[in-house]
Design a protein around this ligand. Sequence first.
Ligand SMILES: *Cc1c(COP(=O)(O)O)cnc(C)c1O
Length: 358
Amino acid sequence: MLDIKFTEAKTLKEKPADETKLGFGKIFTDYMFVMNYDKGQGWHDPRIEPYHPFEIAPGCVVLHYAQEVFEGLKAYRTKENVIQLFRPDCNAERMQDSCERLCIPKVPKDDFIQAVKALVEVEKDWVPHSEGASLYIRPFVFASMEQLGVHASTSYIFCIILSPSGAYYSTGLAPVRIYVEDEYIRSAPGLTGFAKCGGNYAASIKSGELAEELGYSQVLWLDGVEHKYVEEVGSMNIFFKIDGKIYTAPCVGTVLPGVTRRSIIELCRDWGYEVIEEKIAIADIMKAGHEGRLEEVFGSGTAAVVSPVKELKYMDDTIIIGDGNIGSFTQRLYDTMTGMQWGKIRDAKGWIVPVCQG
Ligand SMILES: *Cc1c(COP(=O)(O)O)cnc(C)c1O
């Protein structure tokens, strides 16, 4: 158990009056959790203190070589005013896997969960009350040592910040248009695709900007070797429903193992669907689309839960999925996942972790 020191803020921020205007990741709460690592000493000085800027040296490792990992999860407020988390153990475990890849010392899983819970409890009044809104939790670790040689840092900071976020879909689950990226790649075997690290995102921004200029909301990433198999969509995993079966890319090093992905796979199997985690060629997806066998396509991730896709553009070919509205299967997954998260339906899976009474 961590012995977390608490420093009280002198003044508190005004809570947002209109929860429909929260957006995503724009405002931050009053407090943050911080813990330091130094070689020889291990993780030390766990504390909750007022949210404030870090002072880091211009020669700090993370600024030059991106030795950093992060996580993303949410705290939800139920009708009964209970503040709860969704599978935080999965995030704790995944952060350890990311740390391992980036040569960052691991934060013990119990400490990660304790720190998240402690900070959320302190900030429980920041968990939004309106339907679909939640408190986004962003844990991250970065190399804090001053050094320009390319070596693992010997000091790190583990921090958790919180940001109240609005309903992802202000106008319902609006299906999006997706651009299949056939030039740039996000990941390749041996690289860091499975790790949630800032470097992956740095390399992905250019494609995202280009797709947006063309009127698409996200890019669909193909594999880094043959540019042939679908892997992920933007910062989400991707699912295809073809001839009644559910397909998604396997998590074999190049794909980020999403907590939402794995939860959706379990639900689909519980409901009797066949879920196939195998390489799927983009050519086969386009073909199924033209033949009318591609029933639904959606991305999955913590922020959106599911994000239905209505159009895929690959080189000179375009397919339209469904009638432009969310498919019934995607809607069922959304209702089930959010139902559990907001405590509207019973959690038969043991995925919900209560934090405190709001
Ligand atoms: C975080 C993330 C996901 C989704 O993971 P969840 O745990 O479901 O939120 C998918 N792909 C990438 C690249 C990600 O960073």
